[in-house]
Design a protein around this ligand. Structure first.
Ligand code: ZN
Length: 139
């Protein structure tokens, strides 16, 4: 059995951005020749998420709008977390809703998804270097 740990790095142009990382995760599986196992993918920051959903552009916009309604960035003074130098309370809340990460089975060398499932990185306080961990246990 192999144990693999790799990182995907991001530095988004926008403060909030969603990136489909399915291909990058599959590449790590391919490069390491994993046929059967489990693949954990999680954000290493408390203002970003990894989640699974449909790669449909309308839905991605819907997520952004819905999250902004639930936890608006402005006015930043509405949050206790922003009393000091922080202005990212909304990003912490958005990350909590969208989750820290996902685990996907690997079957016959492929991520074993349900219909339309894709893995996304959700950035909520971007424009700086952040990373996602990919941990694979398998053979
Ligand atoms: Zn913060």
């Amino acid at each position: 059995m192999k144990s693999i740990r790799e990182y995907l790095w991001f530095n988004t142009d926008e403060r909030v951005e969603f990136i489909n990382i399915t291909r990058k995760v599959q590449e790590i599986i391919d490069e390491n020749g994993i046929q059967e196992g489990l693949c954990l993918v999680n954000a290493m920051h408390i203002t970003a998420s990894v989640f699974i959903n449909d790669a449909e552009s309308g839905l991605i916009s819907d997520f952004k709008e819905w999250l902004e309604e639930l936890a608006p960035h402005e006015p930043t003074s509405q949050y206790l977390h922003n009393r000091g130098i922080e202005d990212n309370a909304d990003a912490h809340l958005k990350r909590q809703i969208m989750g820290r990460g996902v685990t996907v089975a690997i079957t016959e060398g492929e991520l074993d998804f349900g219909p339309w499932e894709q893995i996304f990185y959700g950035e909520f306080d971007g424009r700086r270097k952040k990373r996602v961990m990919v941990k694979i246990i398998g053979e």
